[in-house]
Design a protein around this ligand. Structure first.
Ligand code: NOJ
Length: 533
């Protein structure tokens, strides 16, 4: 099995990770300065959210030059250095690439919108008469442009016009952007809204559905519309295979493609092809987990059904678009440790969002003070309603500065003010203090990364769910050749005794748990154990 199906991923939001030059904004040199921390934690791959030149209206997801670095993040030299330094520590580097759209300030769009007959006139999706397609965040998808007296389509924000991938020149240009970074040594890409890229060639209207106000997994987008012709088009699955060929053009270790795609499992697994498409897709359902053995049991079975070997599912609890999911368990650190253990023992690529390893909670930034653009669409929602929602209307809350210590600005920056305020929970949750406490959440992640690295059965073994007679225990085995592990996880707050029928060769990891001489396994509340049997 190749590295991309084995190694853990750590997501860095560069603006918020570490500020090396005291301007209140995280930067590339800041990431370099923290590589030893990442290495020591044992994370094997870093995925860096966009740092390219951008007006930053969507904090980098609106790119105006794919070949350059936004000045607040540093220079191309810093980027080269980052790749070199990461590789020197055997950390792989994955860039975030936004192929679906550019910024409306990108020279391509400025040219395209200037007239109907310029050389780039067909680089974006223009229509005299718009279809009924909505964007994926709900409101209208088409926007009027007076220069052309036409409408352009945007899957996300209005200042992010979608490129027209039916134009072969556009596709080639974007693939060349990928080739450029791959030749610079980047180990792969996280592909932003990859499932939006190709839209129906015939511009058919999407069906109206009175029952879909709220987006669902089957029908993302909501707002009474099934995105039948604007999402997950068959040509998108083909595009995945074409991009895979581009990634495979390069020598050395294979390059990783992980797609941000959404829809039913049946649909999104098509992006993987027969191992000739993307290597991984994000599975977002666990972001909204229930803290129960039953929930995870079901997920394991579901993932095995849709993503059987040789495919590998991803398990992600938090990212830069959603509330930090420790909120679901009210910030409880003991439960967070069990979740980390569950994530790392499942057959998956674990993806950890910066700060998750210290249990950072979502910041407390009102909609009205948001730097994020998303709240502009939802300014009619009262704050108290927004606070009750399971999704982030203001994504700033999950992007607050990394909490390194209890010094000024949580050790993130020497500036007087930081781009977003430091979260209030810094006293309780920061790296420095957890490094001093061997029982901390940080140490759990650190141990789990090592455990995973050292055991092929965890990285690539099969998984089998087993019954223990107690519904609060999630129990499964992981097997690779003659190595077999038994994992028992207690999702209840009470102590559970479990009689073991197998001979225990070794206790590989114990979280508030032990095996007694009489072959009994005692799991304290929220305890878990990994046994070699
Ligand atoms: C998905 C990204 O995760 C999000 O942060 C961004 O705003 C949109 N795509 C648009 O690029």
């Amino acid at each position: 099995m190749s590295w991309y199906h084995k190694k853990s991923i750590y997501q860095i939001f560069p603006r918020s990770f570490y500020d090396s030059n005291g301007d209140g904004i995280g930067d590339l040199i800041g990431i370099i300065q923290k590589l030893d921390y990442i290495k020591d934690m044992g994370f094997e791959t870093i995925w860096i959210s966009p740092f390219y030149t951008s007006p930053q209206k969507d904090f980098g997801y609106d790119i105006s030059d794919y070949y350059n670095v936004s000045p607040e993040y540093g220079t191309l030299r810093d980027l080269e250095q980052l790749i070199i330094e990461a590789h020197a520590r055997e950390i792989r580097v994955v860039f975030d690439i936004v192929m679906n759209h550019t910024s409306d300030q990108h020279p391509w769009f400025l040219e395209s919108k200037s007239s109907r007959d310029n050389p780039k006139a067909d680089w974006y999706i223009w229509r005299d008469k718009p279809t009924n397609w909505k964007s994926i965040i709900g409101p209208k998808g088409w926007h009027y442009c007076k220069e052309r007296n036409q409408y352009y389509f945007a899957s996300f924000f209005p200042f992010q016009p979608d490129l027209n991938f039916w134009n072969p020149e556009v596709k080639k240009t974007m693939f060349d952007v990928c080739r450029f970074w791959l030749s610079e040594g980047v180990d792969g890409f996280r592909l932003d809204i990859f499932n939006c890229i190709i839209k129906d060639k015939e511009f058919r209207d999407n069906p109206f559905d009175p029952f879909h106000l709220v987006p669902t997994k089957e029908h993302p987008g909501g707002f009474f519309q099934i995105r039948k012709y604007s999402l997950n088009q068959p040509e998108n699955f083909v595009l995945a295979k074409e991009l895979r060929k581009v990634a495979d053009e390069f020598n050395g270790p294979p390059r990783l493609l992980v797609g941000e795609v959404f829809g039913s499992h049946k649909t999104i697994r098509k992006y993987l092809g027969e191992q000739d498409g993307l290597h991984l897709v994000f599975l977002f359902d666990i972001l909204f987990y229930k803290f129960s053995a039953k929930f995870f049991r079901k997920k394991i079975l579901e993932y095995e059904h849709y993503y059987p070997l040789p495919h590998v599912p991803t398990v992600v609890f938090s990212n830069h678009d959603q509330l930090r999911s420790i909120g679901i368990i009210n910030g409880n650190m003991e439960k967070a440790k069990l979740l980390a253990l569950t994530q790392y023992m499942m057959r998956c690529i674990p993806i950890v969002y910066y700060g998750e390893e210290i249990g950072m909670t979502s910041g407390d930034i009102p909609l009205k003070e948001a730097r994020d653009y998303l709240p502009k669409f939802f300014n009619w929602v009262p704050q108290f309603v927004a606070d009750l929602l399971p999704v982030a209307l203001n994504r700033d809350v999950s992007r607050t500065p990394m909490q390194w210590n209890t010094n000024k600005n949580a050790g993130f920056s020497a500036a007087d003010t930081t781009w977003l305020p430091v979260n209030k929970d810094v006293e309780d949750r920061n790296v420095a203090e957890q490094l001093l406490d061997k029982d901390s959440l940080l140490y759990v992640y650190r141990a789990l990364n090592r455990l995973r690295r050292d055991h092929e059965s965890i990285q690539s073994g099969t998984i089998e769910v087993i019954q223990t007679g107690n519904d609060n225990i999630l129990a499964f085995t992981r097997t690779f050749e003659d190595e077999k592990l038994l994992i028992l996880l207690n999702f209840s707050k009470s102590k559970i005794k479990n009689t073991l029928t197998e001979t225990v060769k070794e206790v590989l990891y114990a979280l508030k748990a032990e095996v007694t001489d009489s072959s009994e396994c005692i799991l304290q509340g929220y305890g878990g154990i990994v046994l070699k049997i």
